[in-house]
Design a protein. Sequence first.
Length: 187
Amino acid sequence: MIMIMYMKKKFLIGGLIVIAYILITRFISIEATHSMKVQPPVICTIDNPIDAQKYDFHIINRGFPCEKIREIHNQYMVQVQPIIEKKCLMCHGFVAKMPLYAFIPPTSWLIHHDQKEAKEYMDMSFGFPFKGTGSASEDLETLRDIVRDNEMPPLQYRIMHWQSRLTEDEKTVILEWIETGLKRLEE
Ligand code: HEC
């Protein structure tokens, strides 16, 4: 009996230490250092190569017209990027400040693993067009499904960041941007 009580106490103390660790480290942020960001090539088409100077992305002549991609990009930067930066970029891109637990094992391993996997699926470091697995329109469709069904951020992240879930207003902004973009690409 005493043994069981002793064991329970040990678990309780262990649990409290874990909770305290997450709570404390979650609120301390550290300036993150990143390796040089290199703009990825953008798959879009322009008729006149001289026009390439008008765009601040590196162009490969393939896919949708660059003019359409740029319009969607501009709207993204104004309306959607601030939301994505706050709630998604810690895994899907770069953020200036990272929570302390992202630097201390074992939580740092989990975060690094998530970041690596998240970017393989969809790298949003450079805004739209994303470095995803599909074309510009396929990436928009994937993002639409994920946002609509509240599938991101992953549960373990939401537990540590209670306000990381997208609000209904934020979802509306993102989904409207996606619908406008998809229509624009279909024109
Ligand atoms: C804690 C890290 C983390 C955060 C924060 C996060 N994601 Fe993800 N995301 C992942 C991982 C890991 C995957 C890989 C697939 C999976 O686990 O479902 C992923 C996959 C995705 C995919 C691709 C899914 C597919 O089937 O191709 C999309 C789109 C996405 N996330 C959107 C978002 C959005 C939008 C946000 C912010 C609201 C967000 N993510 C926040 C880790 C994260």
